[in-house]
Design a protein around this ligand. Structure first.
Ligand SMILES: [Fe+2]
Length: 184
C-alpha cells in the first residue's frame, strides 16, 4: 500500500452538522428528503385526527387501527431523520398544515387515507429516481425496504376501502369490520 494512501492521513469531509461524511448529499435530494419528512410527520398527525374521529363515534376498532397507523408514520419520520443524521445533515423541521378533521362518511375517510398513502409512495419514487440519477447508492439501499412497506400500506388501505364500500354504511356490517380491526 502506498504510504500516501493511508486513510488516517486523508482529510475527512464534514457534513453541515459537523459529523464525518463519506459522500456529501446532493442539495436537490436533500430538499426532497425534507419535504418527504414533512409528509411523514403530516401523516402522523392526520392519522391521529382519524383516530379521534372514530373514537368520537365509538368505533374503537377503527380508532385503534388509525392510532397504530399514526404511530407507524412517526416511526417513518424518525427513520428518515436518523438517516439524514447518519449522512451528516442537520434535520430541518417545517411547519405542518392543520390536519383535516371532518369527513362525510367512513368511506370518505378511508379514501382520503388511501390517497395520502399513494402520495407518500410518489414522493418516495421521486427520492428514488433522484438518488439513482446521481448515483447515491446509499439512499437507494435505504429506500428499498421503505418502498416495499409503502406498497403494503396501499394494499391494506385498498382492502379496508373495499370492505367499507361493500358494507355501504349498514351499521351491522360496519360493526363487524370494527370488531375485526380491534383484533389486529
Ligand atoms: Fe409512512
Amino acid at each position: 500500500m502506498d504510504a500516501n494512501n493511508i486513510k488516517t492521513k486523508k482529510s475527512i469531509n464534514l457534513g453541515p452538522s459537523g459529523r464525518a461524511v463519506a459522500q456529501p448529499m446532493d442539495n436537490s435530494l436533500l430538499d426532497n428528503f425534507f419535504e418527504h419528512l414533512s409528509m411523514e410527520r403530516y401523516a402522523n398527525v392526520q392519522y391521529f385526527s382519524a383516530y379521534l374521529w372514530f373514537q368520537e363515534r365509538d368505533l374503537n376498532g377503527f380508532a385503534s387501527y388509525f392510532l397504530s397507523e399514526s404511530q407507524g408514520e412517526m416511526e417513518h419520520a424518525q427513520k428518515f431523520a436518523d438517516y439524514l443524521i447518519a449522512r451528516g445533515q442537520n434535520v430541518k423541521l417545517d411547519e405542518l398544515p392543520a390536519p383535516l378533521q371532518k369527513w362525510d362518511s367512513i368511506e370518505d375517510l378511508i379514501s382520503f387515507s388511501f390517497n395520502m398513502e399513494a402520495d407518500l409512495t410518489s414522493s418516495l419514487q421521486q427520492l428514488y429516481s433522484i438518488s439513482e440519477r446521481i448515483s447515491d447508492t446509499r439512499t437507494n439501499v435505504f429506500l428499498d425496504p421503505i418502498v416495499e412497506a409503502q406498497t403494503k400500506s396501499e394494499d391494506e388501505f385498498a382492502n379496508l376501502l373495499g370492505k367499507v364500500k361493500f358494507a355501504s354504511n349498514q351499521p351491522s356490517a360496519i360493526l363487524l369490520i370494527d370488531s375485526e380491526l380491534k383484533k389486529k
